[in-house]
Structure formats: structure tokens, C-alpha cells
Write a protein that binds this ligand. Structure first.
Ligand code: SF4
Length: 292
């Protein structure tokens, strides 16, 4: 690698490294051509003909040493730590993430009629976090997630759990309204969700409730039906959060129906209540007394 990088290349590398950090990848090395042309190449062959066990062992040892040397010599020098790294105060850390997001144009949703970015709202130290799929028209207008009819139902669900909307944190997988309230597309979710992961890593909730299949599938990176996803807790550590962080080893994630779906099919409210009761039991929440 040349000692002085071309500025464009440096910028491109910085972007790439930043993206990898957001995805939870921290260690980098570059393979050198000269290494692959050396004896290491021979060791790459699965079954080299007429090679004794001793020779194979020796080659494997050479290969390990060579790869270690490459790793040591070629660590990409462009280092782009997350802005909030080392910031203890979650209010300040969330502010830094919001600043980092800026007037975001990272995915095509920025040019498809959004009025504003809907970052997230609530208690930066919340034990409970709700994650939906994306802002709708009301949210786009007001700049706050879950403020329309679905938001009112979510407020009622939160109240039924014995807590207030201000106690929890609410965000979405994508922060800009998809046109016509369509489902956010995969590339949009993949581009935007690292910011959600960073928010989660700052807030460190005890439980996340994924509202609907889109949120659940994106958070859990698995493709399954709601009936398969619901009814249990998942261990969840957001991409980008280091599991070695002694102060936080991740959160529990539960899946329930999106309030907009419950408005369309109120018969499922009982099922959603079962999901919330599971969360309440874990967080030791009591439903409000009748007089409250
Ligand atoms: S949805 Fe997310 S990634 Fe896409 S433009 Fe909006 S803030 Fe940026």
C-alpha cells in the first residue's frame, strides 16, 4: 500500500470502513499478491499430491505465519470510529448519531417525497424500545414515529403495560417515509438500519419489541412468518456493538403485530396482548390499577 493515499481512494476506503464498523466488522487486512504467489499458495491446495503429513503441517504453519504477517503489515490505516464512541451520556450520544445522519441521502428514500427524517423519540435510557418499519404520512409531517392512528394504538398498548410513552424509546428500521406507505425495500433497510443499531447500542434497552414482520426480519436477519417469529424471546446484540462491552451484553427481542395491522384486524389484539404480557413479566411491569 502506498504511504500516501489518493484522496478519493482514501475517502472511499473511509466510507467502506465506516460501513463495516456499522455492520460490526472491525478488523481488516489486505492480501498481498506476493504472498499468494509464495509457498502459501501450495498450502492452499486441499490435497497436494504426494505430500507427507509432516510437509502439510509445515506448510500450514507457514501459511498461518504468512497470513499473520499480512494482517500485521497491511491493516488499513483509515480509521473512522463512530462519532458516539466513548460518549457515556446517551442524550449526547444520540445527538451525535443524529448529526452523523445529517440531511441523509444515503438511500433512494431521500428523493421520494420525504418531508423530514424521523429519527426516533423517547427516553434515551429506556428499558423498553419499540421498533417499527418506517414513518407514515403523519410521522413524516410531525417528524416523530408512531403519531397517527397506529401511534395512538401503540400509546394504548404502552399504557396497558403500566408505563408511559415517555418511558420507552420508539424508532423505525428506515427513517424516511416510503412513498405511498409501501414496505421499505431491502436496500433501503440495509442502508438505514445501521443507524438504528447505533441507537440501540447507545440506549441499551433490556427489551426490544419489533412491531410487525418487516421490523422483526430486519432486526433478526431471518425470514419467517409472524406465527413463527412471535411467542418467544431472542437474544439480540445490534451489529456494531461489541459483545465485549462489559456494561451491556445485548438485549431480549420479542416480536408482535404492528399496530397498523391490529387496526385492520382487531381480532389479533388478544394475541398482541399475550406478546406484551411476556415482555411485562420479564420487565416486572404491572398493568395499571383500574382507578389509574
Ligand atoms: S431512509 Fe435512512 S438511509 Fe435512507 S435517506 Fe432516509 S435516513 Fe438516509
Amino acid at each position: 500500500m502506498p504511504s500516501v493515499l489518493d484522496p478519493d481512494l482514501r475517502r472511499a476506503l473511509a466510507e467502506r470502513v465506516r460501513y463495516c464498523h456499522e455492520m460490526g466488522i472491525y478488523d481488516f487486512y489486505r492480501r498481498e499478491g506476493r504472498i499468494s504467489e509464495s509457498a502459501v499458495v501450495d498450502a492452499d491446495t486441499d490435497n497436494p499430491p504426494s505430500t507427507s503429513d509432516e510437509q502439510r503441517e509445515e506448510m500450514a504453519a507457514k501459511k498461518s505465519a504468512a497470513v499473520a504477517k499480512v494482517a500485521a503489515e497491511n491493516i488499513v490505516e483509515v480509521f473512522t470510529p463512530r462519532a458516539e464512541q466513548g460518549v457515556v451520556d446517551p442524550i449526547a450520544a444520540l445527538k451525535l448519531i443524529r448529526e452523523d445522519l445529517g440531511d441523509c441521502t444515503r438511500c433512494k428514500l431521500h428523493k421520494q417525497g420525504r418531508k423530514q427524517i424521523v429519527f426516533g423519540v423517547g427516553n434515551p435510557r429506556a428499558e423498553l424500545m419499540f421498533v417499527g418499519e418506517g414513518p407514515g404520512a403523519d410521522e413524516d409531517m410531525q417528524g416523530e414515529p408512531f403519531v397517527g392512528r397506529a401511534g395512538q394504538l401503540l400509546n394504548n398498548m404502552i399504557k396497558a403495560m403500566g408505563i408511559r410513552r415517555e418511558d420507552v424509546y420508539i424508532a423505525n428500521v428506515v427513517k424516511c417515509r416510503p412513498p405511498g406507505n409501501r414496505t421499505p425495500e431491502r436496500d433501503e433497510c440495509e442502508t438505514c438500519s445501521p443507524f438504528l443499531m447505533r441507537q440501540i447500542a447507545v440506549i441499551k434497552p433490556k427489551v426490544i419489541v419489533a412491531l410487525g414482520a418487516v421490523a422483526a426480519k430486519n432486526l433478526l436477519a431471518m425470514n419467517a412468518s409472524m406465527s413463527e417469529l412471535r411467542g418467544r424471546f431472542y437474544d439480540f446484540l445490534p451489529a456494531g456493538a461489541r459483545s465485549s462491552d462489559p456494561s451491556w451484553q445485548g438485549t431480549k427481542l420479542a416480536v408482535t403485530y404492528h399496530p397498523a395491522f391490529l387496526l385492520r384486524d382487531p381480532r389479533q389484539k388478544g394475541e398482541a396482548w399475550k406478546d406484551l404480557q411476556m415482555v411485562m413479566k420479564f420487565l416486572r411491569l404491572e398493568p395499571p390499577k383500574k382507578s389509574e
